[in-house]
Each structure stands twice: as C-alpha cells, then as structure tokens.
Design a binder for this molecule. Sequence first.
Ligand code: AMP
Ligand code: GLY
Length: 430
Amino acid sequence: MNILLIGSGGREHALAHAISRSSEPGTIYAAPGNPGILTLAQHADITVTQHETVVHFCKTHHIDLVVIGPEQPLEAGLSDDLRDAGIVAFGPSRRAAQLETSKGFAKDFMSKYSIPTSAYRRFTAQQSDEAHEFICGLKSTPIVLKADGLAAGKGVIIAQSIPEAISALDEIFGGAFGAAGNEVVIEEFLHGEEASVFAICDGTNFITLAPAQDHKRAFDNDEGKNTGGMGAFAPAAIVTDEVLAKVEQLIIKPTLAGMKQDGNPFSGCLFVGLMIDNGEPNVVEYNCRFGDPETQAVLSVTEGDIANLFLSSALGNLRPETITNKRNGYACNVVIASGGYPDTFSKGYAITGIELAEAEGNVTVFHAGTALNLSGTLVTSGGRVLGVCGRGDTLRDAIDKAYSGAGHIDFTGKFYRKDIGKKGLTKEKL
Ligand code: AMP
Ligand code: GLY
C-alpha cells in the first residue's frame, strides 16, 4: 500500500511510525514531513495547499491512501478534492470537519442531538451589543469565550469576571484572532478533569482507541500559559470502562448518526475532548483529526494494522479487527520545548541525545519542531521540538522511561514539564 502522509508535526511522526509497522506498508511519502518522518518516508515535493498538485502526485505515484494529519487541509477541503479525483483519503470532508472548524456549528449540532455539553449562546460581530448585554446578565463565573473558527488552539479565553469577559469579547471582535473571531461562542464553564478519546470512524461505525490525557499548560502543576500540549499519557484511568461506554453511547454514536442524518457523514478520526465530572462526560470540544501530543502515546499502546484501519475508514467499511490490542501497556510522551514557548522563542539550536534516549529501550523520540540546517545538523525549528515517549507495563514504568530518555536530550533553552502522567498515577492508586 503506497501512502501519502500530510503534515509535519509530532503527531504525523507517530502516524508514520505506526503506518510503517503495518502489514503492507509499501512506500510512504510525506508532505512536507520533518527529519524524523523522513527517516521512514520519502519527501513528496508538493505544496499541500495546491490540491491539484496533490492529486497529480497521487496519480503519478500510485498512492492507495492519503492520510491527512492536521485540521487546516481538512478545512480547505483537501479530502473532498482527493475523493472527487478518485483518490482514497483518510480524513473528513470539509463539511464534516466543521465539528472542529466552527465552534458554533459544533454547539448547535450538540444541542440538536442532545449530546452532553455546556450551555452556550453564539453571537456574530454585528450582535456585539447583544453579546455585551448577555455577559452582563450572567450570574456565574468563570465565563468561557471562544472564537468560532480555527485559531491554532489559542481562541479560547476563560474569563474570571464579567469585566474580563467583556474585554475578551472586545478583543475577539476587534480582530485578535482574525476571521476566526467574526463570531463568538459564550459558554458555561465545566468543572472536572479533561481527557481525550479518539474514534476512528467510517461515517456510520467507529472504534475508539485508548483514552489519553494531555497537559495543556506550559509548566508543572498546570501553571503558566495554555500551549498546544506539553505531554500526554495513555490509557488514562479517569476514563474507566464505564465512562468510555457513556462516551460511546451518549456522544460518539449520536454524533455519527446526527452527522449522517444532516448529510455530512463523518469519516476519519473524531477527537472528542471531554470534561469528566463524577464519572459524567461532557464535550468540551470536537476535533476532526488526531490530537498532538496524545497520538504519540495512544499509538504507542495500539497493536495492529493502522494502515488498513485507516484504509477501511476511508473506504466507508471500517474493519475494527485490524486492531489486535488497544491497550498494550502504557505510554507517556514528554514534550521538549524551546525556551519562551508558547510565546516567542529562538530557533536553529543544535539538538543532541536522541540516539542515547532511544538506546534506553522502550523509548521513541518523535520529531515535531526540528529541521536539518545547511550543514546537515539537526536543529530546533519550532516551539514543541521533540516528544520523548516511554512505554512500560505500568504507567509508572512508562513515565520513568520517558524521563530517562528526556534526560539525554539537549539544546539551548530546552524545557519540559516534570509531572507528565502524575495525575494518572494518583488515579491508579485509588
Ligand atoms: P478548546 O480549544 O475548546 O479545547 O479549549 C481549550 C481549553 O480550554 C480546553 O482544553 C479546556 O481546558 C478549556 N475549556 C474550553 N471550554 C471549556 C469549558 N466550557 N469549561 C471549562 N474549560 C474549558
Ligand atoms: N492536544 C490537543 C489537540 O491536539 O488539539
């Protein structure tokens, strides 16, 4: 099976890694890929935003399946254009991807199909006065404000007071998030603990993978700014079998049925971001693709033929039996970031220690923000640089492996959280 993988992050390195372990990997191509991915795949010299060049590449290279990692190409309709050209693509249509690309769409959809989530109102920039009035009438804080469109994970503001919410509203409507902020969702704050569940879907049927927990704040004990995610572990004990059964029955099933009924069947990876309070799951957000950095941990505990799972999803004929074990031990993925991230940071620092980290055994280092400079040295090129993923029979072992690996990695300004997975350990003991 010849596969074209779209994307360049740690998530895509984990996808490439899993695909390369599949039963009939054929040739893997990556556009654009990164130095880690390109040890497993050949570089496809195409511009992903020019869909006709992607189609042409697929035809000339006999691509059997295109796997789309990030949300931007899905929003741009890449999977639609590929399908129209007769090419098999893993990833939802532009319309189905609205579950992620429009927070207002997602909230209206959940309300229509009684899917558990927080109460909300949506306002366009033209309804700014109404939105002010609505906020001033709210009885409880915090107040959650979300720019409607894609904002690279930055479009959510949790305001602690009414004046703070008003200034956040003015910021969103003032253009802080560009066109993504032409509309705003204002919603009730949910209490509890967050978890991520990925469901591989074919429009009708689905299979969930091991639940995971991300760590969004920059520093230990969930302090500092929100980031794209500083580390993750799987399986997450907060999502007990009972909670997962509720997520499947009350959230994923009605989501797939509703999307189908509305003429937008969802195929690809449905990422359900949850808030779990006393065993009751509520949807915080949907994403229409795998999560980063959760995927690195989730796929590390998944045994089976991922390429054929994705192919069957893309063909509308899901084959859950391609996965032989969803929970082969535990995995913990620690993100090594550039000093200054998620704000400004410098790039171009030489990275060392990856081989030593992997020589620990049961450690895989996933590249995220790396590049080769003109002299062929591996250097930093992004905020999240590497993910050091440890595996073990217990969560404790997986965490210890990840941190022994992370200890070998060095570059100027590096930092990482020291408590990834800790919240899972507390649960294990209970
Ligand atoms: P989102 O981009 O929608 O996932 O939001 C980013 C982060 O904001 C989430 O991971 C949560 O930590 C937080 N968040 C979003 N919506 C809510 C909510 N209604 N209640 C509490 N926290 C929220
Ligand atoms: N880890 C959260 C995300 O991928 O959106």
